[in-house]
Design a protein around this ligand. Sequence first.
Ligand code: ATP
Ligand code: MG
Length: 318
Amino acid sequence: MNPAAMAAAPAKYKDQATALRDLVSDKKDVLPPRDKTTGMMSIAVLSGKGGVGKSNVSVNLALALADKGLDIAILDADLGLANIDILFGVTPKFNLGHVMRGEKELSEVVLKVGERLSIIPGGVGLRDLAEMDEQSQSWMINRMSSLEEGTDLLIIDVSAGIHKNVLSFAMSADMVVLITTPEPTAIRDSYGVLKSLCQATNGAIRIGLLVNMASDVKEALLVAKRIISAGEQFLNFKTPYLGCVLWDLAIRESVKKRKPLLLNKAESVSSQYFRALAQKIYELSEEEQLSEKTERRDTFLLRLLRQGGNGKAADVRD
Ligand SMILES: Nc1ncnc2c1ncn2[C@@H]1O[C@H](COP(=O)(O)OP(=O)(O)OP(=O)(O)O)[C@@H](O)[C@H]1O
Ligand SMILES: [Mg+2]
């Protein structure tokens, strides 16, 4: 990151009270442009239980960050039920599998859905990435390099649960956004994901917690506290609270219209929550870049390939 951008970067982690104030305030900071030579940041969106809102969060978070002037790409890495395209009302013809087989260029696969926003349909081909030999891996990295150059932030919408592919995506990203709802099943499964990721990385991973579909801010905070304090007590791991999105019929209606909430109802309360989340993530990503400013980080893809399918599958309830 260049010195000007470093000087303008937002301040450090805040305490939970400040985080909560940020959550409810509608900050519209003008953010400094990124120095694109420092590499693309990546955020994997995960959950233990399915259907808790990963894809909706990925899409609306991406839109809110793009509004802040960042170039965003969403990688639809849900190997079973990819649906980012549906949420945007577009129909992709190709996916990363076509790039891997040399049938298409990356530019032919990427779908532009906004001035600063693209989606990359992953397809089941993503599963084979880790099995590629070294020569094919470097070939693939070359084909993907244009993505790294033109993108500030990659948001990866991952399948639910703790399949080894999910672990690989999470461990390759700079940050994980772990989503839960207030349902006891979702809480238990999100703790299971936290535990698996902590154990697989010896705690060398950054995970933030988002509570979706809460009935109010208080309920969300209580749910977050349960998971965060279990993490501290049993895993000796700190998980920052990123905020919440409340249960909102407008989100369901937006899905039905195939138009993301931030485009469909930009001024709704939930849109404000997504903007607050974007602000929080932006601050955390700035800190990540500052803390690693002396050391050139590997790209997301390189890290993903290096995992080589090493992530172990585990039962989230272990
Ligand atoms: N805050 C919310 N309020 C009301 N409904 C919501 C909210 N967030 C998501 N939903 C609804 O919940 C359902 C699941 O959302 P979504 O597809 O984003 O979850 P997911 O975690 O990606 O699911 P999957 O695990 O199947 O990929 C959708 O019908 C969506 O409209
Ligand atoms: Mg999904």
